[in-house]
Design a protein around this ligand. Sequence first.
Ligand SMILES: Nc1ncnc2c1ncn2[C@@H]1O[C@H](COP(=O)(O)OP(=O)(O)O)[C@@H](O)[C@H]1O
Ligand SMILES: [Mg+2]
Length: 331
Amino acid sequence: MNVLEIKNLKILFRVGDDFVRAVEGVDIHVGEGERVAIVGESGCGKSVTGLACMKLHTTPPAYITADKFEFVSHDGTPHDILAKTENEMLALRAEEMAMIFQDPSTFLNPVMTIGEQLDEVFIYHMHMKPKEARRHSIEMMKKVGIPDPEMRAGQYPHELSGGLKQRILIAMATSLSPRLLIADEPTTALDVTIQAQILQLITERCEKEKMSLLMITHDLGVVREMADRVYVMYCGKIVEEGTVDEILTSPRHPYTKALIDTIPGMEEKVDRFVQIPHNVPHPMNKPAGCYFSNRCAYCTDLCRAKQPPLFDRGNGRKIRCYYEVEELWEK
Ligand SMILES: Nc1ncnc2c1ncn2[C@@H]1O[C@H](COP(=O)(O)OP(=O)(O)O)[C@@H](O)[C@H]1O
Ligand SMILES: [Mg+2]
C-alpha cells in the first residue's frame, strides 16, 4: 500500500514574463514503511518536489499540476494534496507528514528556548498543558540522543551545535509519529564526523515510529545507507529508478554511473566512468533532446534530437536512455 502516490507532477515557476520548468512530469510513490530516495545534483528539482508534498509552495510564483497527488493518512483516508486548503494542511503537517531540512538554524526561532519550541508541538497538536508538554519534550530529547536534556531545554538555538540543532528538528518532526518523513539533505550542512550519526538517528526514528521515509540527497553514499529504492532525477525528470542494490551494482543511465563515480570507495565495484563535465543546465536552457546529452560521453544524434522516454523494464526498474535501452532504438 502506498503512503504517497504522485503521477505526472509538474512544477513551474513564474519568473518575469517567463516560466521555469523545475519539474516536468515526475511519478513517485512511497510504500508503507518504505525508504525511498531522490538523488541528483543541485538544481535537479528535488527540493521543490519535497516541498510540493508538504504543500509549502505559494502560487504565484509556483504553479503545480499532477494527474494524481495522493497522500494516505494513518486512518487510511486518501488526501488529494493539490486540493487541500492551508488549514487542512496544518492538520496534516507534523501529525501525518513532516519534513526536515538542510539547515536546522532557519527553522528554529532564535528568541525562544529549545524547550519552548518543542513544547509548542505538543501544546498545539496534542492540546497538552505546558508542564505535560515539557515532560514530553524532555522525553523526545532523550529519544534523539541529546545529553542533559533538562539543561538543553533552557538554552537558545545559538547555544547548540549544528548536529544538536538537527537532532532537535528531528525530535520536532518525529514527535507525533507522522506517517511520512521527508528529509531534504539533512546532513549536508553538518560536520562529516556527525553526518553518519544523524543518518543513523533518522533510520532509528523511522523504524521505531514505523514511518515511511522520502530522502532527498545529492549523495549516492547517503542513498546506500538510507534507502530501499531510489529515483535518480536530472533537470526535472526521473532518468532512472530501481532498488538501491540495482542502481548501485548495475546502473544503466550514464548520469547514474557518473554519480556513482563520486562515491568514495566505489571505484572497484563499478566500471570506472568518465567524470561528468559541465554543470546542470539552467532550467531555462535545457538541451533540445535528452537533457543529459551535452554532458554525456555516449551521446548520439538521436539523443540530441529527441527526448528519450522513461523505459519500463518491469519490477520498478526504469531507464531513460537511448544508448542503454535497445528497445528505444529507432530501427
Ligand atoms: N522560487 C523559485 N523561482 C524560480 N525558480 C525556482 C524557484 N525555486 C526553485 N527554482 C528552480 O527550480 C529548479 C529546481 O530547484 P531545487 O528543487 O531547489 O533543486 P535541488 O533541490 O535538486 O537542488 C532550480 O533550477 C531552481 O532554480
Ligand atoms: Mg535542494
